[in-house]
Design a protein around this ligand. Structure first.
Ligand code: CO
Length: 132
């Protein structure tokens, strides 16, 4: 069902510092920060040859990553995102197979439909599916 790894998302409380580490220490191509108020995050995209890393910093009082950073004050891996061809079919199949699907598909940070799967079913990792 799942296809390519679209991105790995890393939450950080210091986006500038985290971006600088990827740019200056690891030598990666790093974007300018992009504020996404509808999603409650500011993002920096790190472009790798085979996938992306998304650095996420909370934006606003109700950021979805604020709680994660309270539990993980140094930051850490927040979710992985896999591509699927048909997000509605993927959702239905996953529900039948007993996975806990969080909410309904919605437009994600890349303008494509995404859905999240509860970490308890996936080795403790929050999974995002994105329609390719
Ligand atoms: Co994501």
């Amino acid at each position: 069902m799942i296809g390519r790894l679209n991105h790995v998302a890393i939450a950080t409380s210091d986006l500038a510092r985290s971006a600088a580490i990827y740019r200056d220490v690891l030598g990666a191509k790093v974007s300018e920060p992009l504020a996404l108020p509808d999603h409650g995050v500011t993002t920096v995209f790190v472009e790798l040859p085979n996938t992306k890393i998304e650095l996420l910093e909370p934006l606003g009082e109700t950021s979805p990553i604020a709680g994660f950073l309270r539990k993980n004050p140094n930051g850490g891996m927040h979710h992985v995102c896999y591509e699927v061809d048909d997000i509605l079919a993927a959702r239905d199949t996953l529900k039948v197979k007993g996975a806990t699907v969080l909410g309904e598909p919605r437009i994600g940070a890349h303008g494509k439909l995404v859905i999240f799967l509860h970490p308890k079913d996936f080795a403790g990792t929050l999974v995002e599916l994105e329609q390719a």
